[in-house]
Design a protein around this ligand. Structure first.
Ligand code: PMP
Length: 342
């Protein structure tokens, strides 16, 4: 897309995000690591793409009619994307969210005009889980469709048709590796499938947080979770429809502490304020870059996703008391500021 010309409508602002070389991660890996700036979408996260594709798909299938309602269960970012796209198209939005997600996401959803339904965080097997609650609400609401981001593969099509060709073109048709974490799995599966269509030698790596079951699934064929993570929006315990057939070549398990190192360094050294899933992705990209360098690939180019803005986590990741309460290291400057405030 040519960004020197005006866009015809606001929905055209979704996608076509910039990609940036990350100096610190590139130095650490010994090759070029690139971050796809998904925080630059109108809703400040990668999930605007899935929201747009899912809503267009529901319209194309004749299920979403003028004045209708879109219902979704979400950790927050998909809800924000759905609310913005629905507003732009004249639909109403109902969002079901676990009540342990960041306050900023809840306030944002209310500010955008979504009807917000908070439920206690539970296991997927429980009937009250946010995903099942959102499906029931969609069934009970006249004129409503359920976005169903986990098992609706319009989600991953956004990345097959959008994110992957953008990365391929932006890196000059030479990509050696791609990695990111999975929430729905739409990004890793869609970008993986899309990039492999250009070059099947591109190594696709899953970067899994602690507390998710996918690392063990791809490494040992067994869905088993170990540990836990405070990262929002990632960490999956099952093979969603979006993950089915995902071309995962290798996998890494990254701790919150390892992810936070990159959140801190990218902010202090490169001026990017990001969420924890981005830090975890960058840690995975450094591991993938090192692996490709060690194998002797010449000047490998590795891409990952900078999923959302850190401004969404001012009360958590960027709050000294919250970090300390979670037993996580507190960034120096936060510790200083909170000490001087006392
Ligand atoms: N990071 C954040 C902050 C997210 O909200 C999400 C979406 N749940 C992801 C990463 C993962 O994206 P996907 O659902 O495509 O796997």
């Amino acid at each position: 897309m040519n960004i020197t010309r005006p866009f015809g409508d606001t929905l055209a602002l979704i996608g076509n995000t910039p990609i940036v070389r990350l100096a610190g991660p590139s130095a650490a890996a010994g090759c070029d690591i690139y971050g796809k700036c998904e925080f630059a979408n109108p809703g400040s996260s990668v999930k605007d793409r899935a929201a747009l594709w899912i809503i267009r798909d529901a319209e194309a299938r004749g299920e979403l009619l003028p004045g209708g309602t879109v219902v979704e269960g979400t950790a927050g970012n998909t809800g924000i994307g759905v609310a913005l796209v629905a507003n732009a198209k004249g639909y109403k939005t109902i969002i079901v969210m676990p009540d342990n997600q960041s306050k900023e996401k809840m306030d944002t959803l209310r500010a955008l005009g979504a009807e917000l339904v908070l439920v206690p965080p539970t296991k997927f097997a429980d009937a009250g889980h946010f995903v099942h609650t959102s499906r029931r609400l969609a069934e009970e609401t006249p004129g409503a469709v359920w976005a169903n981001q986990f098992d609706n593969i319009a989600n991953r099509r956004a990345h097959i048709e959008g994110t992957a060709p953008e990365i391929w073109e932006q890196l000059g048709g030479r990509v050696d590796g791609f990695t990111c974490a999975a929430g729905t799995g739409g990004t890793i599966a869609g970008v993986g499938l899309g990039l492999k269509a250009f070059d099947e030698n591109i190594r696709i790596a899953l970067t899994d947080p602690h507390g998710a079951a996918l690392y063990n699934y791809y490494a040992h064929g067994e869905l088993r979770a170990e540990g836990s993570s405070v990262a929002e929006g990632i960490g999956q315990g099952r093979i969603t429809a979006n993950l089915e057939g995902a071309p995962i070549d290798t996998q890494y398990r990254i701790s919150d502490e390892e992810g936070l190192v990159w959140v801190e360094r990218l902010l202090k050294e490169e001026g990017l304020c990001l969420g924890l899933s981005s830090g975890i992705n960058v840690a995975g990209a450094v591991a993938l870059g090192r692996e490709l360098v060690a194998e002797g690939r010449p000047n490998p180019q590795v891409a990952t996703i900078l999923c959302d803005t850190g401004f969404r986590y001012l009360s958590t990741l960027y709050n000294a008391e919250w970090l300390a309460a979670k037993g996580l290291p507190v960034f120096d400057w936060l510790a200083r500021n909170s000490a001087s405030a006392e």
